[in-house]
Design a binder for this molecule. Structure first.
Ligand code: GCU
Length: 688
């Protein structure tokens, strides 16, 4: 088995002899598929592959198994027909499954009964995961259903083969202006995605290539969909709303112009002729230089509904991104505030979007910083379908050269109770569609895997992609569970390896925050350049609106209703009250919400213990850099317990990160020292 990381978490490493013996007694020798759909056949071949690899046993495919037991794969209805006395009990929802062991004539039958073929596939992967973890197969009794229908990844791939914010090599889909001849990696990617329940993938950059909808390109892209289909992953595309004019040769792209409406209808029909299970479009418009409906005095709703109506008869959806803002904002205006943009633009359109439109909202109101509050828009669209967009590719979080396990960061947003309508409305329940009874909604991650053998460059970064899938399936899953499960699948069941790697993962986001942007300031990276490494001043005095508002007396954006930009007033009243008051605003978001003096004292409780803002900055940066150094030691303790190839790769990256954390520490601390004129109480920052 390759240990180069190409298998991701689907290594199916050979188990210990004792585990093989324990599992084998309950594992039948045959697999029976009750359905011949390509997705169920993938489930069968995956079961055969996994079991042979982990247990060294051949699972024979049988049309009808003999009477000695079998692994049975089919839909709930098919399994019931096969075993008329079997009572499934609570039925799984769409794409869900039942895993059950039953005895018939003294023999074990392991049933994987899906609500549909995707459910069968997801149940099979779950069974294989249980086998990898050495769990008891004698009494399987699980019923699982996904939290929401939209569980997608986005790739920001360009047709020339580059990837916007990709850090792991070139595109697995495109090269040289078209789709690559060899799409083997696309199929392998879909398999990885399916193994954690992801059912859609948008394959091209949100800053969409205008040629994407040309007949030749659609023909080519259909080849990617062919690779995805056996894994139940539907292909989606990003499109530019100016296409009717720029590609179609019309004299306008005004979404309300009948010619434009007709153009979209034809374009969509052509896509479905080539890709019958096409998932839909993602749209970025009126944002960062992209064309949009604003040019004609139209709203996002006007544009979204036109595209959605073309998609609707085919069962497609339209994901319209709420990442719309003016990147030429007036930094001299104390009331200007980029964080307000999405709510300002979309809230008044609530209830006006068609039912196959989903407004896709980034987790925070700015742009994937190391910490942001949840976007207030999650609570601002109760009559609209919404999805959350997170970023697994680590644009602002170390670009896969730093270890940053993002699951706890995403969870802190998903778990936040927005208190819409003065009741419990956590973000996760809003995007699941539960809070406001929406038919659609879900989870999207910008993944940006590339041709690097191990997909995401840092061998431990795959935990983010895996974890995204787990959260999209069930956002109540804990970070600890995800960290441990991923580690076991990726590195095996050795207790020390599992404990150490999961501890490294779980400590990594807090310590990255400690040595980069503290107290809600944003990452403090170079926002005008590569978004990598310290670049504190780059945020100030330009149109991008990521201002720190720092001077010699104080720092932070005043976003209060009372004296600031009023952003806080976009939250439902109970939550707004928490952020508005310095007494209750959590310190980790202090400088996002308020402007305070450097000597302002943080809360008395741990971990802040009444420290001043500036002393906290100094201390947390030393703490973070020390934490990065500790990651090296933790990893070294696994020498000999992890294969040499991945051991050496991770070691090199952790040593690099430890050094770069010192660069970060010193850059940020010296900047604060200069700006504030306040000395470090422990005398460490003096030499700057
Ligand atoms: C970030 C990122 C861009 C991307 C944009 C988006 O700003 O740096 O590369 O296009 O987000 O999400 O649209």
């Amino acid at each position: 088995l390759a240990e180069d990381g190409s298998a991701g978490w689907l290594r199916y490493a050979r188990l210990e002899q004792s585990a093989i013996a324990a599992l084998s007694k309950d594992l039948p020798a045959e697999v029976e598929t009750l359905d011949t759909s390509p997705v169920v056949l993938s489930a069968r071949s995956e079961a055969q592959k996994g079991i042979s690899s982990m247990l060294g046993r051949t699972l024979q495919a049988a049309e009808v198994a003999d009477a000695n037991g079998a692994l049975v794969l089919g839909t709930v209805a098919e399994v019931q027909q096969r075993f008329p006395s079997w009572k499934p009990g609570a039925a799984p929802q769409a794409e869900g499954y039942i895993l059950r062991t039953i005895k018939s004539h003294g023999h074990s039958y392991i049933l994987v009964a899906g609500a549909d073929p995707n459910g069968v596939l997801y149940g099979t992967f779950r069974l294989l995961e249980k086998i990898a973890e050495g769990q008891d197969l004698a009494r399987l009794n699980d019923v699982e259903s996904p939290a929401a229908p939209i569980r997608w990844v986005d790739q920001w791939d360009n047709s020339n083969g580059t990837i916007e914010r990709g850090y792991s090599g070139r595109s697995i889909f495109f090269d040289n202006g078209t789709v690559r001849p060899d799409l083997a990696r696309a199929g392998e990617y879909a398999r990885l995605l399916a193994s954690v329940g992801i059912n859609g993938a948008d394959v091209n950059n949100v800053n969409a290539d205008l040629k994407m909808l040309s007949p030749e390109m659609i023909k080519q892209v259909a080849r990617i969909a062919d690779q995805f289909r056996p894994w139940g992953v539907r292909l989606a595309l990003s499109v530019d709303v100016s296409s009717p004019k720029v590609v179609g040769g019309l004299d306008t792209f005004d979404p309300l112009d009948p010619k434009v409406i007709a153009w979209w209808q034809k374009a969509v029909d052509d896509v479905y002729a080539a890709i019958p299970d096409f998932a839909g479009f993602t749209v970025k418009a009126d944002s960062e230089g992209r064309a949009g409906p604003a040019q004609y005095g139209r709203t996002p709703m006007d544009a979204a509904n036109v595209l959605a109506r073309a998609l609707k008869p085919h069962g497609g959806v339209l994901l319209y991104r709420a990442f719309v803002y003016n990147h030429h904002a007036d930094w001299k205006d104390p009331k200007a505030d980029r964080a307000r943009a999405a709510y300002n633009i979309f809230h008044s359109l609530d209830g006006k979007f068609d039912d196959n439109v989903i407004v896709q909202i980034k987790n925070g109101p700015i742009d994937f910083q190391v910490r942001e509050p949840a976007s207030p828009l999650f609570a601002g669209l109760p009559k609209t379908n919404v999805s959350i967009e997170v970023q697994a590719t680590q644009e602002y979080t170390g670009q896969q050269r730093h270890l940053v396990f993002l699951i706890p960061m995403w969870k802190q947003v998903l778990d936040l109770d927005m208190r819409a309508e003065n009741r419990s409305t956590p973000v996760k329940e809003i995007v699941e569609g539960k809070s406001f009874h929406r038919p659609l909604g879900g989870f999207v991650a910008v993944a940006n895997v590339g041709l690097d053998t191990n997909w995401l460059h840092h061998p431990l970064a795959m935990a983010n992609l895996y974890g995204f899938g787990r959260l999209a399936w069930n956002p109540d899953t804990s970070s600890e569970t995800i960290a441990r499960d991923w580690t076991r699948l990726t590195f095996g069941n050795n207790a020390k390896v599992v404990d150490t790697v999961s501890a490294m993962l779980l400590s990594s986001w807090p310590l990255y925050e400690d040595y980069t942007g503290p107290l809600g300031l944003g990452t403090l990276t170079n926002i005008l350049g590569p978004h990598y490494g310290p670049g504190i001043e780059s945020a100030e005095r330009n149109g991008w609106g990521q201002w720190l508002r720092a001077d010699h007396d104080g720092i932070g954006m005043d976003r209060t209703v009372a004296t600031g930009t009023g952003y806080i007033g976009q939250y439902p009243p109970e939550l707004a009250a928490v952020y508005e008051s310095l007494k209750t605003c959590p310190d980790e978001l202090l400088l996002f919400m308020h402007h305070v003096a450097y000597t302002y004292k943080l809360h008395d409780a741990s971990p802040y213990n009444g420290e001043t803002v500036v002393q906290w900055v100094y201390d947390s940066h030393y703490k973070g850099a020390a934490g990065a150094a500790k990651l090296v030691e933790q990893w070294k303790s696994l020498d000999g317990l992890v294969d040499q190839e991945r051991y050496a790769q991770v070691l090199a990256l952790q040593e690099y990160q430890a050094g770069h954390a010192i660069v970060w520490r010193d850059a940020v601390n010296s900047w604060f020292h200069k700006m504030s004129g306040v000395d470090d109480a422990q005398g460490r920052v003096d030499h700057f």
